[in-house]
Design a protein around this ligand. Sequence first.
Ligand SMILES: [Zn+2]
Length: 119
Amino acid sequence: MSATRLTLEVPAWPSARSKRCSTLSRRRSAPNRRPPVSRYRCHRRQCPDCGAITLAPLPDEHAHQFGPQLTALVAYLTVVCRMPRLVVQRFLEGALQIPISLGSTQNAWEETSAAVASP
Ligand SMILES: [Zn+2]
Protein backbone atom coordinates (compact mmCIF):
# COMPACT_ATOMS: atom_id res chain seq x y z
CA MET A 1 0.00 0.00 0.00
CA SER A 2 1.33 3.39 -0.87
CA ALA A 3 2.13 5.85 1.88
CA THR A 4 -0.21 8.46 0.40
CA ARG A 5 -3.33 6.28 0.93
CA LEU A 6 -2.41 5.53 4.53
CA THR A 7 -4.85 7.23 6.94
CA LEU A 8 -4.07 5.47 10.19
CA GLU A 9 -0.99 3.76 11.47
CA VAL A 10 -1.38 1.59 14.54
CA PRO A 11 1.82 0.45 16.23
CA ALA A 12 1.86 -3.14 17.45
CA TRP A 13 4.41 -4.45 19.89
CA PRO A 14 5.07 -8.00 20.93
CA SER A 15 4.83 -8.77 24.64
CA ALA A 16 8.01 -8.28 26.64
CA ARG A 17 8.47 -12.01 27.15
CA SER A 18 8.66 -14.56 24.37
CA LYS A 19 5.73 -16.92 24.01
CA ARG A 20 7.81 -19.72 25.53
CA CYS A 21 8.88 -17.71 28.59
CA SER A 22 5.42 -16.30 29.25
CA THR A 23 3.99 -19.83 29.13
CA LEU A 24 6.61 -21.05 31.59
CA SER A 25 5.97 -18.08 33.84
CA ARG A 26 2.24 -18.86 33.94
CA ARG A 27 2.93 -22.48 34.86
CA ARG A 28 5.26 -21.55 37.70
CA SER A 29 2.99 -19.15 39.51
CA ALA A 30 -0.36 -19.96 41.03
CA PRO A 31 -3.27 -17.87 39.79
CA ASN A 32 -3.81 -14.78 41.88
CA ARG A 33 -7.51 -15.09 42.42
CA ARG A 34 -9.04 -13.32 45.32
CA PRO A 35 -12.47 -14.47 46.32
CA PRO A 36 -15.20 -11.86 46.20
CA VAL A 37 -16.08 -10.52 49.62
CA SER A 38 -19.35 -8.65 50.08
CA ARG A 39 -20.40 -6.60 53.04
CA TYR A 40 -24.01 -5.87 53.76
CA ARG A 41 -24.76 -3.00 56.05
CA CYS A 42 -28.12 -3.55 57.63
CA HIS A 43 -29.37 -0.23 58.89
CA ARG A 44 -31.88 0.43 61.61
CA ARG A 45 -34.82 2.74 61.45
CA GLN A 46 -37.06 4.09 64.12
CA CYS A 47 -40.78 4.10 63.49
CA PRO A 48 -42.05 7.69 63.69
CA ASP A 49 -45.34 6.53 65.26
CA CYS A 50 -44.35 4.11 68.04
CA GLY A 51 -40.57 4.51 68.23
CA ALA A 52 -39.88 0.83 67.59
CA ILE A 53 -36.55 0.15 65.95
CA THR A 54 -36.45 -2.17 62.97
CA LEU A 55 -33.28 -3.74 61.57
CA ALA A 56 -33.09 -4.30 57.81
CA PRO A 57 -32.95 -8.03 57.08
CA LEU A 58 -30.22 -9.69 55.05
CA PRO A 59 -31.31 -11.08 51.68
CA ASP A 60 -32.28 -14.76 52.04
CA GLU A 61 -29.37 -15.92 49.91
CA HIS A 62 -26.98 -14.25 52.37
CA ALA A 63 -28.61 -15.35 55.58
CA HIS A 64 -25.65 -17.65 56.25
CA GLN A 65 -22.28 -16.34 57.27
CA PHE A 66 -20.45 -17.68 54.22
CA GLY A 67 -21.40 -18.49 50.66
CA PRO A 68 -22.22 -22.04 49.60
CA GLN A 69 -18.86 -22.63 47.92
CA LEU A 70 -16.79 -21.61 50.94
CA THR A 71 -19.07 -23.57 53.25
CA ALA A 72 -18.68 -26.63 51.02
CA LEU A 73 -14.90 -26.16 50.89
CA VAL A 74 -14.68 -26.06 54.68
CA ALA A 75 -16.78 -29.22 54.92
CA TYR A 76 -14.69 -30.95 52.25
CA LEU A 77 -11.41 -30.08 53.93
CA THR A 78 -12.72 -31.07 57.34
CA VAL A 79 -14.56 -34.28 56.48
CA VAL A 80 -13.03 -35.69 53.30
CA CYS A 81 -9.46 -34.48 53.79
CA ARG A 82 -9.69 -34.92 57.57
CA MET A 83 -7.93 -31.63 58.18
CA PRO A 84 -8.19 -30.32 61.74
CA ARG A 85 -10.25 -27.14 61.99
CA LEU A 86 -7.21 -25.13 63.02
CA VAL A 87 -5.40 -26.28 59.85
CA VAL A 88 -8.47 -25.40 57.76
CA GLN A 89 -8.57 -21.96 59.36
CA ARG A 90 -4.88 -21.35 58.65
CA PHE A 91 -5.17 -22.69 55.09
CA LEU A 92 -8.08 -20.40 54.27
CA GLU A 93 -6.31 -17.39 55.72
CA GLY A 94 -2.85 -18.17 54.38
CA ALA A 95 -3.61 -19.54 50.93
CA LEU A 96 -6.90 -17.86 50.07
CA GLN A 97 -6.71 -14.71 52.22
CA ILE A 98 -10.05 -15.51 53.82
CA PRO A 99 -9.98 -14.64 57.50
CA ILE A 100 -12.23 -17.03 59.36
CA SER A 101 -12.51 -17.87 63.03
CA LEU A 102 -12.17 -21.37 64.38
CA GLY A 103 -15.81 -21.29 65.45
CA SER A 104 -16.87 -20.29 61.95
CA THR A 105 -15.18 -23.35 60.47
CA GLN A 106 -17.15 -25.44 62.96
CA ASN A 107 -20.38 -23.62 62.02
CA ALA A 108 -19.75 -24.17 58.29
CA TRP A 109 -19.13 -27.84 58.91
CA GLU A 110 -22.29 -28.20 61.03
CA GLU A 111 -24.33 -26.31 58.42
CA THR A 112 -23.18 -28.67 55.68
CA SER A 113 -23.67 -31.70 57.88
CA ALA A 114 -27.28 -30.66 58.58
CA ALA A 115 -27.91 -30.00 54.88
CA VAL A 116 -26.57 -33.42 53.90
CA ALA A 117 -28.49 -35.20 56.68
CA SER A 118 -31.91 -33.82 55.69
CA PRO A 119 -33.60 -35.68 52.80
ZN1 LIG B 1 -44.51 1.91 64.78
